[in-house]
Design a protein around this ligand. Structure first.
Ligand SMILES: Cc1ncc(COP(=O)(O)O)c(C=O)c1O
Length: 365
């Protein structure tokens, strides 16, 4: 007998919701992976069964994001946070500077880490306005001979997201896309390097995806530890050491799911509809709910808002929890409320939450 599975409304910011069909497939394959008599976790990472999983995941990502041939896709470990160090270690050459566009806590962390390795500066910042917006592309100031320009494409904590990216000419553009990769089509050729922790739109935590232009690999510093060189992983197809095999398998299955439901254009349409439900709840509330982001910088992934009194906000969060909505509290650093509506969060979950917002306002006005 199949038990009715209980699935909650999961708005966690990461790790976050995974598609139910992917979880079910993993469950079905857990003990005997495709006739091997072993779990995928028990396969040697040098076996052909595992190599197929690994290469299919790389190829699916290349196909879905239309990644040009002059890029490598790497599966690394250490989270997006290790990329904050690996990027300057590899690319901040002596005598060069790197610009950082400051749009929130993750940009700050990336900047502080890079400062340990060389000369970095703020190419633009919206800190003075509490990171409510993304700078306009023409407000970003950088030097034509910089080592790179770094930005955070979606600000998970503040709830803002880039829509247009700067054209940086010969300066390599590097983006932390941890919280919006795969949420919409992007032009990968604008970037020299894209990185993302997997635990929002790509799969479980433990895998970090890096998409890197091949010419950048050749220009990297050499006096750094083997494991921290991108070239080590590129030369070895991300199999220099034991990769997080189960995470990569799950990532491959998430990519198959994205393809099955229509690819990135379909996903983007769905994400817009989901986010609109919540933003409409804010915009039609006559100030009962107060959005954090300026309207033109709103994130479709993380929707952040406050209520007009601390007491009311506390009640709202408590009641949301009682109603079965998980992950609605804002990040511990800024508080408030946050709905993370990543790819795998169903439309119905956002619909149920928007109805809850309307009802709560009625009951408390
Ligand atoms: C935009 C962004 N960058 C970096 C990180 C850090 O990622 P990790 O925990 O994988 O190191 C996060 C985590 O939420 C994030 O949202």
């Amino acid at each position: 007998m199949k038990l009715q599975t209980h699935r909650t409304y999961n708005f966690n910011a990461g790790p976050s919701a995974l598609p139910i069909s992917v979880l079910e497939k993993a469950q079905a394959e857990l003990i005997d992976f495709r006739g091997t008599g072993m779990s995928v976790m028990e396969l040697s990472h040098r076996s052909s069964a595992y190599e197929t999983v690994h290469n299919q995941a790389i190829n699916s990502l290349k196909e879905l994001l239309s990644i040009p041939d002059n890029y490598e896709v790497l599966f690394l470990q250490g989270g997006a946070s290790l990329q904050f160090s690996m990027i300057p270690m590899n690319f901040l050459r002596s005598g060069k500077k790197a610009g950082y566009v400051m749009t929130g806590s993750w940009s700050e962390k990336a900047f502080s880490e890079a400062k340990l390795f060389g000369d970095v500066y703020h190419a633009a910042s919206t800190k003075e306005s509490s990171y409510r917006s993304i700078p306009k592309v023409d407000e970003i100031e950088f030097n034509p001979d910089d080592a790179y320009l770094h930005l955070t494409s979606n600000n998970t904590i503040y709830g803002t997201q880039w829509t247009d990216f700067p054209d940086t000419g010969d300066v390599p553009l590097i983006a932390d896309m941890s919280s919006d990769i795969l949420s919409k089509p992007i032009d990968v050729s604008k970037f020299a390097l894209i990185y993302a922790g997997a635990q929002k739109n790509l799969g479980p935590s433990g895998v970090t995806v890096v998409i890197i232009r091949k010419d950048l690999l050749e220009q990297a510093n050499t006096n750094i530890p083997t494991m921290l060189k991108y070239s080590t992983h590129a030369k070895n197809n991300s199999l220099y050491n034991t990769p997080p095999t189960f995470g990569i398998y799950m990532l491959g299955e998430v990519l198959n799911w994205v393809r099955e439901i229509g690819g990135l254009t379909a996903i983007a349409e769905q994400n817009e509809k989901k986010a609109k439900l919540i933003y409409d709840g804010i915009d039609t509330s006559n100030g009962f709910y107060i959005g954090h982001s300026e309207p033109d910088s709103r994130s479709l992934m993380n929707i952040t808002f406050n209520l007009n009194s601390k007491e009311l906000e506390k009640n709202f969060l408590e009641q949301a929890k009682q109603e079965g909505f998980v992950g609605v509290n804002g990040h511990r650093s800024i508080g408030g409320c946050r709905i993370s509506a990543y790819n795998a969060v169903p439309f119905d979950a956002c619909k149920a939450f928007s109805e809850f917002m309307i009802q709560f306002q009625k009951d408390n006005s």
